[in-house]
Design a protein around this ligand. Structure first.
Ligand code: SAM
Length: 373
């Protein structure tokens, strides 16, 4: 996806052990409390998964036996409902719905044989979410700790245009190398995801502090008094960290040419509890002087919107902000889904990373002084 190094660094800052990144994921070791901390604090992770078993699964029988080799009573009970998500890459078994069904059958058969009863399946609101990843015929089974994708922080009930996932926006802020002290701007802010994530980071609002629903692990049969106390202590420490930082925010500015975008950003920021400077302005209007960290995600896909005027204003804006020869004192980080936008910037990027925004392959290009992470 391209954001793995950002997640790796974030998890290391959380002092998790043996953190390492590979294509498509970041791994760490630790206790359930460590997993809870990761769910509570990570801004970048989509999901936090606990590995239960890994085995070869070139065919249905091997997959069924592999799933049966796990002692499911340690993770599920006849009183907890469950669901299975499955994915498959470069493997003989490809049909993900069928794979999920096969895992479910193996779990249920084990319960029936050992206890004469079985847990219910709830596709929409399971107590326990299992995950099967099949890659090159190698199966890995996981418990999903958060029980839900972590990007839905809850503040973005309205959006304008094509918003980034909150987790991707947080990764971009991190990858921009922002020091959380210099002024920050997104001049094409859309629904405000980037500027809101920047403000949440700078004021140390952990995503877990905003979460209204329970985490998945809170619904596990194994979640007892000591786990609840551990979660409470994670929450208290996070609140203390926020109290210490909340008063001292730098300028965080969101601009957009569309009045509707500014209105939606204002509402979303209000729900997130952060204060931003919001201005309706075209990118042709110069931003105030200063050493700004700019993170911007211009429109893409629709070639009609990439007019020569927009391309030249865009290139000039990035140059003015981050090319010292043009008086630029800041840094600019640009997430683009179309090459024309990067071609419109005369300077060469100091760093260029391939990032997947959902199904859209993008480039994240950094310009100017600040050394990106
Ligand atoms: C892809 S969206 C940004 C989405 C945003 N990152 C988010 O997560 O919500 C691009 C935004 O650029 C804005 N835009 C397009 N042309 C503009 C211009 N000339 N000046 C300022 N904003 C512009 C659009 O109104 C739109 O909100």
């Amino acid at each position: 996806m391209g954001t793995e190094p950002a997640l790796r660094d974030e998890l290391r800052e959380l002092r998790l052990r043996s953190v390492r990144a590979d294509r498509g994921g970041v791994h760490f070791e630790g206790s359930l409390t460590d997993g809870m901390r990761a769910c509570f604090h990570s801004r970048v992770a989509q999901r936090i998964l606990l590995e239960l078993a890994a085995f070869d699964a070139p065919n249905e029988a091997a997959l069924y036996e592999g799933v049966r080799s796990v002692t499911w009573a340690e993770h599920l009970s006849t009183k907890t409902s469950f669901a299975v998500r499955a994915s498959s890459k470069k493997s003989a078994l490809t049909h993900t719905q069928f794979l999920a069904q096969l895992v479910k059958d193996a779990v249920v058969d084990q319960f029936r044989e050992e206890q004469g009863q079985r847990p219910d399946v709830s596709r929409d609101d399971p107590d326990v979410l299992l995950s099967l990843h099949l890659a090159q015929n190698q199966a890995t089974l996981y418990l999903d700790l958060a029980g839900d994708a972590l990007f839905a922080r809850g503040y973005r009930t309205r959006h304008d245009g094509a918003p980034l996932k909150e987790t991707l926006a947080a990764a971009l802020v991190r990858m921009s190398g922002w020091d959380q002290q210099s002024p920050f701007i997104d001049p094409m802010c859309g629904s405000g995801t980037v500027v809101i994530e920047a403000a949440l980071l700078a004021s140390a609002v952990a995503p877990g502090l905003m979460k209204k629903q329970k985490f998945g692990f809170q619904r596990w049969a194994s979640f007892g008094a000591s786990e609840a106390a551990a979660l409470q202590s994670i929450r208290e420490r996070a609140s203390e960290a926020h109290e210490k930082k909340k008063g001292a925010l730098p300028r965080i500015v969101g601009r957009d040419v569309a009045a509707s975008a500014i209105e939606v950003t204002r509402e979303n920021a209000g729900r997130a509890g952060v204060t931003l400077e919001l201005v309706q302005a075209d990118i042709a209007v110069a931003i105030p002087e200063g050493a700004w960290t700019m993170v911007v995600n211009p429109p893409y896909g629709d070639r009609m919107s990439l007019t020569p005027k927009l391309l030249s204003s865009f290139g000039a804006m990035v140059e003015r902000n981050s090319n010292p020869k043009k008086g630029g004192e800041g840094s600019s980080s640009v997430l683009c889904g179309t090459p024309e936008l990067l071609e419109a910037i005369p300077s060469r990027p100091s760093k260029l990373v391939r990032i997947m925004n959902g199904d859209i392959e993008c480039r994240f290009a950094s310009y100017g002084e600040r050394k990106p992470a």
